[in-house]
Design a protein around this ligand. Structure first.
Ligand SMILES: NC(=O)c1ccc[n+]([C@@H]2O[C@H](COP(=O)([O-])OP(=O)(O)OC[C@H]3O[C@@H](n4cnc5c(N)ncnc54)[C@H](O)[C@@H]3O)[C@@H](O)[C@H]2O)c1
Length: 467
């Protein structure tokens, strides 16, 4: 029995009719004034936002930093200089630095209580799962994991650990309008939902997709641990430009535009409509690349009925890279915004439209507002009672308060949604064919090539308990 399980049992015995107060994993007692000690994996890009947001919380201490790019660690621990040569003091001088998260876990596991993961997608599952295995609370960036099976396992293991609090990094779900949209769906504002349309203008112009694998290799920079970036992905030679950021369009490391942006738009619909796993996935024929996701695609996923959908079930239609739904056919009125609206406003950077039996609901990608249309007319919405919150601090507060259920995107909810996103993304590896998803095995029954990425085999030497 691990310490966290023992703590939970003790709390349950002490207060059998109350929600068990979460105990400090370190002391075995309820949290008081001591700080929650955090280890941060992946410190550049979104990792830097994650780090600064969690560090702003008064009860947080950053004790360990891990990155495969030594430059990221040096800035945080040793400081930097601005363009005029002025010295900028380090933010986390006393944190211990690591290139390899496994070494960090092995050497410091007794010195931190929680882990924040912001690496490339393909490493989310091993790093987050090993944190759960070691009894740590986890905040993991979206998508929760790259493969369907990894998402399934993270959700199941998080559910089996009553004393651990988890949150996926989809901070937009903490906005007032997204909360309000969720409430409207819960209250049945548009009736049973029959279709979801979601679209993003990415990847075009944001990161490369649709290209063949680059030839040759470049020298590995002295600051980069390339083998650790690869981690559980197949070995390949280093090329300039793979990391940071651009990795997300490559099949070995990312989830393409669907997995990347779908999380921000589909979380509220998934959680509120209680969608399960898709029955089928179909990706339109795309320009083939065996190395990257397509530069443009549309994908259809079908779902069985839930109490919140039409009796015949629900269809999710995804569009990216310059493809869009037919807004007029959906029934969304154009020009409704005082004449300034029309398709360009609707398209924006992306968005999601839910078609219900009694109305249509629309969120833009940034969740700055929600709209409902009934019989072609906009309904006035007033989310006065709801406030936005800080998604990172919601997680820390939930860790401190022992409220496992207080987070908006716990792994138990995020896992099933990201399983769907993985299925959608990987359907592009076998386009132009209706793929049948087998929920029990987390694979397609009629596509070995796409199934290999839904449930990937880690290279020898990589074994993570529970994955
Ligand atoms: N929630 C959001 O709004 C949002 C926005 C952007 C990115 N993201 C997510 O954040 C994650 C990171 O994306 P990004 O754009 O910041 O990528 P990035 O490549 O810019 O940054 C990733 C950081 O992690 C480091 N890293 C990579 N592999 C590592 C490993 N195995 N161990 C330790 N460090 C490692 C990199 O060196 C880099 O510093 C992705 O999962 C992405 O989907 C979320």
């Amino acid at each position: 029995m691990n310490i966290s399980r023992r703590s939970f049992v003790a709390a349950s015995l002490a207060a059998p009719f109350a929600f068990p107060s979460l105990l400090n994993i370190r002391t075995g007692r309820p949290w008081k004034n001591e700080k929650i000690r955090i280890a941060k994996v992946g410190c550049g890009g979104m990792g830097s936002s994650d780090l600064s947001e969690v560090a702003k919380h008064k009860s947080v201490e950053i004790v360990a930093l891990c990155d495969i790019d030594r430059r990221q660690l040096d800035v945080l621990r040793l400081g930097s200089k601005d363009k005029d040569g002025k010295v900028i003091a380090p933010l986390f001088a006393s944190a211990v630095a690591f290139a390899d998260w496994r070494e960090m876990y092995a050497k410091m596991s007794d010195k931190f209580d929680a882990v924040v993961v912001s690496t490339a997608d393909h490493m989310h599952a091993p790093i987050a799962m090993e944190a759960l295995n070691r009894g740590k609370h986890v905040y993991c960036q979206k998508p929760l994991a790259q493969g369907a099976y990894e998402n399934r396992r993270l959700a199941a293991v998080a559910a089996s650990k009553p004393s651990l609090v988890t949150q996926m990094g989809t901070q937009r779900i903490a906005t007032k309008w997204r909360r309000y949209g969720g409430k409207l769906l819960r209250d049945g504002a548009i009736g049973p939902v029959k279709e979801i349309y979601a679209w993003t203008n990415r990847p075009a112009g944001w990161w490369p997709q649709g290209n063949p694998r680059p030839e040759g290799s470049d020298p590995i920079p002295e600051w980069l641990s390339w083998d650790l970036f690869l981690g559980v992905a197949p070995v390949r030679p280093f090329k300039d430009g793979y990391t940071p950021f651009n990795w997300r369009g490559t099949i070995d490391w990312g989830t393409g535009a669907f997995g990347d942006m779908g999380c921000h738009m589909l979380d509220v619909p998934f959680y509120e409509l209680q969608l399960g796993r898709p029955l089928t996935a179909y990706c339109t024929p795309v320009k083939p690349s065996t190395d990257q996701f397509p530069e443009s695609e549309s994908v259809v996923l079908t779902y069985a009925a839930t109490p919140k959908t039409s009796k015949s079930g629900l269809t999710l239609k995804w569009f990216d890279g310059g493809q869009f739904p037919d807004f007029k056919a959906i029934g969304l009125p154009t020009g409704w915004e005082g004449g300034k609206g029309g398709e360009d406003v609707v398209k924006g950077d992306g968005g999601v439209i839910l078609v219900g039996e009694q109305g249509i609901m629309w969120f833009p990608i940034d969740s700055a507002w929600a709209r409902i249309f009934v019989d072609g007319k906009a309904v006035e919405l007033k989310p006065e009672d709801l406030k936005s919150s800080n998604h990172w601090h919601d997680w820390i507060d939930a860790c401190l308060a022992g409220k496992k259920d207080a987070c908006a995107s716990p792994f138990e909810k995020a896992g099933p949604m990201c399983e769907s996103l993985s299925i959608g993304a990987m359907s592009s590896l076998d386009p132009g064919k209706t793929l049948q998803y087998d929920e029990a095995s987390c694979t397609f029954t009629n596509s070995p090539v796409a199934s290999a990425m839904l449930k990937r085999t880690y290279p020898s030497g990589w074994k993570v308990e529970n994955l």
